[in-house]
Design a protein around this ligand. Structure first.
Ligand code: ACM
Ligand code: ZN
Length: 561
């Protein structure tokens, strides 16, 4: 259990003694030639809140705008690589290495904080002669050092003066609550470019979000190159733009671009491009999680490869009426999925999770299909669920060869295929608890709290969304299901999902994502009390200013939440 974050001044909590302290600080700040109101203690700005943080508001120190960073020789290459990433991220710039420890503004070292997931870190700002400050950042692994810097990005940006930074000394220690702090982006309903995805990774990493789950396939588009099955992208990555711009899945028309000049809308990532996204994300401590949604939501695959369609389905019409599950009886299906997994493994590094979908599967087409019926007989079963159970078992086994993890949506967990499969619970806490009880590792992404495609406000001015209502405070108020300690240990983390039926550009995605992703980040990283919403809101204001600096859009916070 982590210690409670120590925060000195949430709004409305300023007692008399602290008031005098602040007056003294402001007087000193004026003496140092700072703009009034600049000295913000670290604990008043850090989001997610750190495990422990203490500032001394009576001791202000200065740091220059361009920070010289020292690291012991053994750590210097890792630190230099990190500085390159930070300079590119753009929220702090002018970071450079120095070999002179005495004149350094920042001293980084890879030692000290107990390993765990390697994400923990310590940070300390001390005053030296002449009002100069020196920052000490330490972590057992590069991940932790990266997060130490992300915290410093927040603290320094809140304390910028004309010539540099001026802020109270502090000391902090920080370790995450959960290892999985995810965002899912649906790139099937609408395609997002490499630059847009990278920009999302930059913004996520500022707030210690570390899993980007890409929903790469669904009915309206297949979004990753699979060399053995070129039609998936030449045909099913393109469609005719919707006539009136309104989303209507029944009207989506996939087509081969070369043969239909109208099929201009869409796109896909080549394997080289996906490798570039993975490397970009990895340098920002984000793991990319590919999802191939099976056996339902497979219209795009079935459209390109008719061998995946059940006997007796009147395709394409019936494919759009829920009969979009691939055939469980034809040997082509298993071959196809294994081939796709092989190519995913050639692109995604070992240790990556591979998401296999399994949400909202209709068995309608399997009922009358001669291949599926034969397969059911072979399995000596009568319930159609046995088809998907057997299919999932085989694919999950295949995925795991080579050190990959298999993930499914919670319907897949109900199949009782294999308890080593990770379950991503989207239908709510009851489903999450059921999966944890059965022994599955669980990721919580309940549509009651973490569906960021739902409205944020009931105001009529909101951009059109799919429905629902999840204001910011509701995200922040999420509570885990009741679990025994043993079951709770299976909870790997939290994730928000951004389905994009109505989110046709990245500006809209960002608007729906922020500030709600800040609330997710804090609940996933910090073991904070959701009743501390006022403190969160005040720190979220500073966080939104940082997003503005990166030109990321967001929904302004209002009185409603
Ligand atoms: C889902 O929302 N169907 C995972
Ligand atoms: Zn079939």
């Amino acid at each position: 259990m982590k210690e409670r974050p120590w925060r000195s001044r949430t709004p409305g909590m300023m007692n008399g003694r602290r008031f005098y302290l602040r007056a003294a600080v402001l007087a000193m700040a004026a003496f140092l030639g700072m703009e009034k109101g600049h000295a913000v203690p670290a604990e008043d700005v850090l989001l997610p809140a750190p495990s422990e943080c203490r500032s001394d508001a009576s001791s202000l120190v200065r740091l220059p705008l361009r920070l010289a960073v020292y690291a012991p020789e053994k750590d210097a290459p890792a630190v230099e690589a990190l500085l390159n990433v930070l300079n590119a991220q753009g929220a702090l710039t002018g970071l450079s290495m120095t070999r002179d420890r005495d004149s350094a503004d920042v001293v980084c070292s890879l030692e000290g904080i107990p390993a765990g997931t390697g994400e923990g870190y310590g940070a300390r700002l001390e005053g030296v002669q002449g009002g100069r400050g020196v920052l000490h950042l330490n972590a057992a692994a590069p991940q932790g050092l990266f997060y130490a810097w992300q915290s410093m990005v927040q603290v320094l940006n809140a304390n910028r003066t004309g010539e540099g930074f001026s802020l109270p000394v502090f000391s902090l220690r920080d370790v995450p609550r959960f290892e999985w702090r995810g965002i899912m982006l649906d790139v099937s309903r609408h395609f997002f470019t490499m630059a847009e995805v990278k920009r999302m990774i930059d913004a996520m990493s500022l707030f210690k979000l570390n899993r980007l789950h890409l929903h790469l396939t669904d009915g309206p588009g297949w979004r990753m190159e699979i060399k053995k099955y070129p039609l998936l992208t030449s045909m099913s990555a393109w469609r005719v733009p919707l006539a009136n711009g309104e989303w209507n899945w029944q009207e989506v028309k996939l087509a081969i671009q070369e043969h239909d000049p109208e099929a201009t809308y869409g796109g896909f990532y080549t394997q080289e491009q996906m490798k570039e996204i993975i490397a970009y994300a990895s340098s920002r401590q984000v793991t990319v999680v590919p999802e191939i949604d099976l056996p339902g939501h497979s219209y795009a695959a079935m459209h390109a490869y008719g061998d995946l369609i059940c006997d007796g389905v009147d395709f394409p019409v019936e494919g759009k009426k829920g009969r979009d599950a691939v055939c469980m009886g034809r040997p082509e299906t298993l071959r196809f999925v294994k081939d796709v997994v092989d190519e995913l493994k050639a692109v995604f590094p070992p240790g990556s999770p591979i998401h296999l979908g399994h949400d909202e599967v209709s068995a309608e087409a399997w009922k009358k299909c001669k291949y599926c019926r034969n397969r059911l007989k072979e399995l000596n079963e009568t319930d159609l669920k046995a088809l998907s159970r057997d299919f999932l078992r085989q694919i999950a086994d295949y995925v795991r060869q080579g050190g990959y993890d298999a993930i499914v949506w919670d319907e897949g967990g109900e199949l009782e295929a294999d308890k080593h499969i990770f379950v991503m619970a989207w239908r709510g806490n009851d489903f999450a608890a059921a999966a944890a009880r059965k022994g599955h590792p669980v990721i919580l992404s309940p549509c009651s709290h973490f569906y960021f495609d739902y409205y944020q406000s009931s105001a009529p001015t909101e951009p059109k969304a799919i429905g629902g209502l999840i204001p910011l405070q509701q995200v922040y108020g999420y509570e885990l299901p009741e679990l025994t300690p043993e079951e709770a240990a299976r909870v790997r983390g939290l994730q928000a999902n951004i389905w994009t039926e109505y989110l046709y550009d990245m500006g809209l995605v960002e608007y729906m994502m922020w500030p709600r992703a800040l609330a997710l980040s804090e609940r996933a990283w910090s073991d904070c009390d959701p009743r501390d919403y006022r403190s969160f809101r005040s720190r979220a204001s500073a966080a939104l200013k940082l997003l503005e600096k990166l030109a990321v859009k967001y929904r302004p916070m209002d009185d409603e939440n």
